[in-house]
Design a protein around this ligand. Sequence first.
Ligand code: ADP
Ligand code: MG
Length: 698
Amino acid sequence: MSVERLELTSPIVQVPGIYERTARDLATLGLKAIGQLVAHLPSRHEHEQAEAPIVELKPDHNVSARGEVTDCRMSGYGKRSRFTAVLSDGTGRLDLVWFNAPYLRGKIHPGMTIRVQGKAKTYNHGLQLANPKLEILDPETDTKPALTDRLRAIYPASERVPSRVIERAMEIVLPVALPLIEDHLPPEHRAERDLPELREAYRMMHAPADEAEVARARRRLAYDELLMLQLGVAMKRYELRDAQRAPALRSSPVVQNKILSMFPYTLTGAQQRVVGELTDELTRDIPANRLVQGDVGSGKTLVALYAMMLAVESGHQATLMAPTELLAEQHFASISEILKDKGPRVELLTGSSQGAERQSILDRLAAGEIDILVGTHALLTEHVRFKSLAVAVIDEQHRFGVRQRAQLRSKGEDETGTTPHVVVMTATPIPRTISLTLFGDLDVSTIDELPPGRQPIETTIAPLTERETVYAMVRRHVEAGEQAYVVVPAIEGEDGGLVGVRDLTSELENGWLSGLRVAAVHGQLKRHTREHIMERFRRGLIDVLVATTVIEVGVDVPNATVMVIEQADRFGLAQLHQLRGRVGRGSKASRCVLISGMPTPESLERLGVMASTTDGFVVAERDFELRGPGEIFGAKQSGLPPFRVADLIRDSDLLQMARRDAQSWILRSPMLAQERERLIRNRVVKTHGEWLDIRVTG
Ligand code: ADP
Ligand code: MG
């Protein structure tokens, strides 16, 4: 095949000069097409010294030479060991020494061709390199010496396919591939932002002349990633706000008083403010897409119920989706209690709803005979049809993906382009950079006040050796009429002494907590068993509940004042904060003990954050610093493709620029529908269409 016919999607092997074997090797890294290879970016660049004949090397200079190993030996032991070798190239000899490098024995043999780089020192009247950088060469293929200083791309590689092989293939493929790369950004757009052309950016990434070129290339590619994301988010927002309509709900002082009079509490100031923000939004026909964030225990459920009741009062339906069955059951119980004998018909739908019960719920839902449906992911299955869904609430959004938000929304869509208002709730506050990125399409309300009378939770850290004292404390509080939680990371124990829920429960019943009413709850129990246990715990018939993280969210028993977390090092900070939020819900003082089985400095630092603050925003910020954003906000779960170049923290300026650019672009050309936008539209849809659920055709 001739070179002119190649495309970015053509197999690498079609490029003249690429051997079958190389192509097969590259395929093991997932690199099959020319475009895939070019998109395989270096993880870093290394300065490479020009090579010189050994006779020309000068002491006290950085040098590089290649030649044959003529002798080598290992001497000394352990940290004192040294590996020495002699390198000869026909012009002279160079002594090499590596300290404490036992792995070199067996790796370097006489007769091998190698290349070394390092600082030359005078030694025994000759020259020596200590701990030089080493590269083993293939005398057949690695024939071109490096004649000038340069930056060398180092690629993500594997044992079978080292960076060097990728580098050589890139040298051959790049000249063929670069002309095939079309830029999706108009020249004026690039010029205004001083961005290089796309193909030039790839050239500078793979074969840079200097560091400045690498930086320029990085900036262009990072900008592109952020721009595509922001374009996707802006398109989604447009699609929602301008192309779809939601039911405009009715509110009036009468409606407002009616709903508030059903509630067991007077709303806090913060709850009132957020209810006001929601009311403004829900009474318009623009689909709401609002994030309500508020620390654990701030009373998000009542706010959500208010929004749902607005729908019901306007003759529509509402739904609340929770991440676990236990939480859905809790919500169902407390909402049913609040609305008892007041009219609204509330039902629960989870994976445990089966057979005739499930069918009856589905039928009544479709007939409009259910007003509020509480549930889990089970709400998303295709048979679930509402008659007229106006408000969809997602609790603990951080446990779901953005994709599921779209799915739930679609439950209320009909052919006329009507879509429900969506409200998502989270106790994991989101740093601004991330909210712009992951949740760029959400408006945010914050409940920044706890209901009155809350007692701060005192948090302490205890080593394993103090467990007995910890459980003696648990016993004292139970004997004073209070209740306790004990949280364990797993249901079953593991080798290595880590205890699971089951074993710990019987251990405690028969030991430190003997005579107390201890019960276990975890995800493997049947729903009715679990409901039964939770109900007994709520009614004070169980003293100590040993549980996995099924109780992480939502569980609300004000008389529980003690929380013990076993193997606390195993949990993330945000999760510990959520767990801790199960106590401190009543008027009695509460405490949380974190048992650390792994007192490393990092672990103690993390647990120390918990002991030093009860403010969820502070915890989230520290978590963010200690772990980075990805893990916390479940970028993976959300379906957001990972960035290859951009870094949300380092590139926050670029992110702001990309965001502004995307917004004004979408304002000018809402769905990127013009012919000259074909390329960028395709790239945006290809990267972000799925997780954002963008419905572009053509
Ligand atoms: P979260 O924001 O963590 O979801 P919840 O909605 O579960 O918090 O509320 C936590 C507890 O506070 C519940 O027991 C709830 O009944 C109570 N609560 C909520 N709002 C108020 C209020 N305005 N006054 C007093 N207690 C409240
Ligand atoms: Mg909650």
